[in-house]
Design a protein around this ligand. Structure first.
Ligand SMILES: O=P(O)(O)O[C@H]1[C@H](O)[C@@H](O)[C@H](O)[C@@H](O)[C@@H]1O
Ligand SMILES: [Mg+2]
Ligand SMILES: [Mg+2]
Length: 330
């Protein structure tokens, strides 16, 4: 069967690598910092330049494709997922890190198509669902099709309707290229990724972020959730400063879970597929299905840990990414 989207994915990898080079060079220069929604929601000319470089390069090759780009949306472009091939771009995930030279910065490119025909992730059936390799028995795994082989029992449906066809996250300063193609596994620099097999949350590391909302009521909820989770107790809490890298750490098995409320579709799109294709689960913070536009996520190595975290989170609901879009999903 013709592989419709491999060309696009190859382009995404090359665009992310090129963007990473621009980011690394910019780190050596003075950075002019601007603000967006608040004084702690930062943006630089490099964010804007990198997004335009990626969009222009895609337009030249795929002139009919659509875009959701963090800085384009900030400039007033719509944030809409449809049946059309759509590139979902975060030119610098970890802008605050970039500004401070804290050494975790990623370029994130997700690609969504055929939104209406998206199937529940994990609804694989028939032979070919068992992945060989490091996953132990009972490891919950995501969609299976094509060449990848899944371990453990037949995959249960994941708590997500994934709409992403491929995802690319380039951790520029580590020179790590994380990639995933729907149904074909996740990789870092070409090596397959697998989530942690840990089943006990008490022996887990959990990643989260504090975001850029400084409303004291929101901050209280963030700290209440953090306190609940820390006191389970867990081995530790970590923050890389970028949602995409936190999620790639889940996919790599370095941390068992990541949760956050307040990030955006461009932070999550690519990495959500990288997590699920590494065998992880995605869930809303209140335990329902993951929704790319909801600005809420738990990404975990298995459902037990995801559900335990959801039971400890003080949830709230920021305005959806598609809230202002005409015809947006309710
Ligand atoms: O650096 P950004 O692309 O603005 O992304 C941020 C995100 O906005 C924030 O909510 C998260 O806490 C950070 O981890 C992201 O990387
Ligand atoms: Mg981001
Ligand atoms: Mg960004």
């Amino acid at each position: 069967m013709t592989d419709l989207w491999q060309d696009a994915m190859d382009h995404a990898v090359s665009a992310a690598r090129g963007a990473g080079q621009v980011v690394r060079e910019a780190l050596l220069e003075d950075r002019m910092v601007m603000v967006k929604s608040s004084s702690v929601d930062l943006v630089t000319q490099t964010d804007q330049k990198v997004e335009q470089l990626i969009i222009q390069s895609v337009k030249e090759k795929f002139p009919t494709h659509r875009f959701i780009g963090e800085e384009s949306v900030a400039a007033g472009e719509p944030c809409v997922l449809s049946d059309e091939p759509t590139w979902i771009i975060d030119p610098i995930d970890g802008t605050t890190n970039f500004v401070h030279r804290f050494p975790f910065v990623a370029v994130s490119i997700g690609f969504s198509v055929n939104k209406q025909r998206a199937e529940p992730a994990g609804r694989a059936s028939g032979p070919g669902q068992q992945r060989a390799g490091p996953a132990g028995p009972g490891q919950q795994l995501s969609r299976a099709s094509g060449p990848s082989q899944r371990a453990g029992p037949a995959a249960e449906p994941l708590l997500a309707f994934l709409q992403v066809e491929f995802g690319v996250v380039y951790s520029c300063l580590e020179d790590k290229m994380f990639t995933a193609r729907r149904g074909r596994g996740s990789f870092c620099n070409g090596d397959p990724l697998q989530v942690s097999e840990q089943k006990a949350i008490q022996q887990s590391i959990i990643a989260t972020e504090f975001g850029s909302d400084r409303d004291p009521e929101v901050v209280d909820k963030i700290f209440s959730s953090l306190r609940n989770i820390l006191c389970i107790p867990v081995h530790g809490i970590r923050s890389a400063g970028t949602a995409a890298i936190n999620m790639c750490l889940v996919a790599s098995g370095c941390v068992e879970a990541y949760y956050e409320i307040g990030m955006h579709v461009w932070d999550l799109a690519a990495a959500s597929l990288i997590v699920s294709e590494a065998g992880g689960v995605l869930m809303d913070v209140e335990g329902g299905p993951f929704d790319l536009m909801s600005r809420r996520v738990i990404a975990a190595n298995n459902r037990t840990i995801a559900e335990r975290i959801s039971g400890e989170i003080q949830a709230y609901a920021p305005a959806r990414d598609d809230a202002a879009a005409p015809g947006a999903d309710p």
